[in-house]
Design a protein around this ligand. Structure first.
Ligand SMILES: Nc1ncnc2c1ncn2[C@@H]1O[C@H](COP(=O)(O)OP(=O)(O)O)[C@@H](O)[C@H]1O
Ligand SMILES: [Mg+2]
Length: 376
């Protein structure tokens, strides 16, 4: 029976992050690329409030904002009670009932609670295969402050920056402003340490901009990164793999705005992508090697998009960030770079699922319990 051989995939989208809508767009493309001959897909939507819902055409419902007909489900961290459970409200309160198991979970969640290791921790507890990076790779990739320190420790070039606590500038704003000015001339970039899609990021041209930028970034995180502004071209490389990651050809983004802001990313179609990036071959090769090294340095798995800033003035490049769950719409850079490197979208999702299963199998080689004296 062919039916029985289909892999059961749980496609998870939406989520509690500021990138909920972006996630729906990515999920639409992933859903379209999953071959129904190979996969039996269950759509699982997570609301802005964090409720997990299943039912008929969940993604359609989320896109339309009509989710009241959907059924609440939950997942347990207990690997002996796998899969998802429906939640029913009865006279005696809420009861849960096993609904189904999965061979692999496919989170298409960007940003907080999806790309930062938190949901990955849940999957690890449940001992289920899942697409993308694990807990460590996700969380280091998400935190711009720790990420920079890990890159520096691996001699990977990054832009100078300092990490400031919200509590520090709430009490000693002048000292913080002075230390930023001692680090770099204007412009500087201010970013919440944990965010994405350019939310909370400002380019600051003077001290009063900086003050405003710090307050804005502090809305989204208690830790804020301030970086030297680079007059840069933005080059992106896609990486795919577990222990032997491969890098795609580089692409270039030319934002429609002064920098690649939220608006320029999602609402301004004048932002353009150039594939391949028109850069010297030796720079491209060097960047691809650095992309793979950075990927390995954070113990990434599955996929990532590695973004660089190429200084227009000096020709130097800096690694800006790693996105462990990059945007995955048909027109997103991550799949487009693979397509241009010879891997069309449906093949890419097959590969990501295969990598998830490979990593899950690898996990079984690890002994979790130590028994003294017992040796195989
Ligand atoms: N140090 C910098 N110098 C110049 N431009 C920057 C710098 N940092 C960020 N930017 C601009 O801001 C955008 C968003 O910053 P980024 O660090 O990539 O955050 P996000 O995770 O939100 O994408 C970048 O794509 C780039 O346009
Ligand atoms: Mg970015």
């Amino acid at each position: 029976m062919v039916m029985d051989k289909k892999l059961k995939v749980g496609l998870i989208f939406g989520g509690r992050s500021g990138e909920h809508e972006v996630s729906l767009m990515s999920a639409r493309s992933v859903l379209g690329a999953l071959d129904p001959g190979k996969y039996q897909v269950t759509e699982i939507g997570i609301t802005h409030d964090g409720a997990w819902l299943v039912g008929k055409d969940v993604l359609d419902c989320f896109e339309a904002g009509k989710i009241d007909q959907l059924t609440p489900v939950t997942m347990l961290p207990d690997p002996t009670r796998s899969g998802i459970y429906t939640v029913r409200v009865g006279e005696k309160g809420e009861t849960i009932q096993h609904l189904q198991d999965f061979d692999v979970l496919y989170p298409v969640l960007h940003g907080t609670f999806g790309e930062d290791g938190t949901i990955q921790g849940m999957f690890e507890m449940a001992n289920v295969a899942y697409v993308g990076a694990g807990v460590l790779g996700s969380s280091v990739g998400m935190d711009k402050g720790v990420f920079k320190a890990v890159m520096q420790a691996n001699a990977i070039p990054v832009v100078d920056g300092i990490l400031v606590l919200r509590s520090e500038f709430e009490t000693e704003m002048d000292r913080v402003l002075d230390s930023v000015e001692a680090m770099s001339a204007y412009p500087v970039f201010v970013k919440p340490a944990n965010m994405g899609s350019s939310v909370g990021i400002s380019k600051c041209h003077n001290r009063s901009d900086l003050l405003e930028g710090l307050m804005e970034a502090a809305r989204f995180d208690r830790r804020v990164l301030v970086e030297k502004g680079v007059n840069a071209r933005e080059i992106e490389i896609s990486v795919l793999g577990n222990d032997n990651p491969q890098a795609s050809i580089p692409g270039e983004i030319r934002p429609a705005a002064e920098f690649y802001s939220y608006n320029a990313k999602y609402h301004d179609d004048r932002s353009e992508a150039f594939i391949p990036a028109d850069i010297p071959a030796e720079i491209a090769e060097e960047m691809r090697a650095v992309a793979v090294r950075a990927y390995q340095a954070i113990d990434c798995a599955g996929m990532a998009r590695v973004d660089f800033l190429l200084d227009k003035d000096s020709g130097e490049f800096f690694l800006n960030e790693i996105n462990t769950l990059p945007g995955c719409t048909q027109i997103s850079m991550f799949p487009k770079l693979w397509d241009a490197s010879g891997m069309p979208y449906p093949e890419l999702v097959d590969r990501l699922i295969a990598l998830a299963l490979e990593r899950r199998a690898e996990r079984d080689h690890t002994e979790w319990r130590y028994e003294r004296g017992a040796r195989k």
